[in-house]
Write a protein that binds this ligand. Structure first.
Ligand code: PYC
Length: 308
């Protein structure tokens, strides 16, 4: 019987399950090296932690691992119902609140090594967390793809720690009643984008008018076909890169991104390289710890390694 200690939290409604102990030995090295070993050799562990019957399609896992950069408080690997994630903004906020809950960190700045670089998270005295995310940029402006059932759809391709296709003009209403339709449309868009020149896109982000006092509302479809209940930290970073490139948001000004639930992240950016359109995004949000558990992995359980 294997025992895995986890702490659950949610960030604006989007869950994170942090693996505190009991994970596989990944052999050290950089977090990118460890992620490779994790994804190539321990995929059933990923599934056991986040998939049914212990988890659900929407759960994001975050496993603590040793950082190669010793200035970091920890390394972290992110994963979901279908595989590994390069970076996760809501998950980083959940991780920081979890480490504070465990008494491992207090208010202040904490460096965290992800597989795509070191991010700096600030735990504020009020419990909110700001994540200085990896450099973000727009790769393609207004790419048009032909989407079966939807026609021609135009969107921007941007990196914010994951690859996003960001769409403004989709003709859909961003509310919870429309989640099935939004999921179907976003999935079709992703398939079209992937087969029409942009195979790297893993997330689709639809935008609409704000409904809860923010600047904009989004719907974000994740690689495993679940939607992000939070405004998506990496998606907000990609959005900031597009706003910066279009001159629609000034350096240092706040952008309040609402999720499909109406929960909010506050984003802003600093230019890293204006000529290349590269920004340093800062995303602030809150998370609540809502569970402490020991997962039991018993090989006699027919669904020990999750339903996949
Ligand atoms: O917050 O970056 C994020 C994220 C990615 C996938 C789900 N949430």
């Amino acid at each position: 019987m294997k025992r895995i200690q986890v702490i659950d939290s949610h960030t604006g409604g989007e869950p994170t399950r942090v693996v505190i102990s009991g994970g596989p030995d990944l052999g050290g090295g950089s977090v990118a090296d460890q992620l490779k070993v994790f994804s190539e050799q321990h995929d059933r562990f990923r599934s056991a932690v986040v998939n049914e019957p212990r988890g659900s399609d929407v759960l994001v896992g975050a496993m603590l691992c040793p950082p190669s950069d010793k200035s970091c408080v920890t390394g972290v690997l992110f994963f979901n119902n279908v595989g590994v994630l390069a970076m996760c903004g809501h998950g980083t906020i959940g991780l920081v609140v979890t480490l504070a809950h465990l008494g491992r960190i207090g208010p202040g700045e904490h460096r965290i090594e992800s597989c795509v670089g070191v991010v700096t998270a600030t735990l504020h005295p009020d419990g909110s967390v700001s994540v200085a995310n990896v450099p973000s940029y727009r790769k393609v402006k207004a790419a048009t793809v032909d989407v079966p059932g939807l026609g021609k759809i135009s969107g921007d391709l941007a990196w914010g720690g994951n690859w996003f296709f960001l769409v403004e003009n989709h003709g859909l209403t961003l509310d919870l009643k429309s989640v099935e339709q939004l999921t179907d449309a976003s999935w079709r868009i992703r398939q079209a984008v992937n087969t029409q020149g942009f195979p790297e896109v893993d997330h689709v982000e639809l935008f609409g008018p704000p409904q809860s006092g923010g600047n904009s509302r989004n719907f974000v479809l994740c690689p495993g076909k679940s939607y992000d209940r939070s405004p998506c930290g990496t998606g907000t970073s990609a959005k900031l890169a597009c706003l910066a490139a279009d001159g629609k948001l000034a350096e240092g000004a706040d952008w309040i991104q609402e999720s499909i639930l109406g929960t909010k992240f506050v984003g802003s950016f600093r230019w890293l390289d204006r000529a290349k359109g590269e920004i340093a995004p800062l995303v602030t949000g809150t998370a609540c710890v809502n569970g402490e558990a020991t997962l039991l992995l018993d090989d006699k359980d027919p669904f020990c390694w999750g339903i996949r």
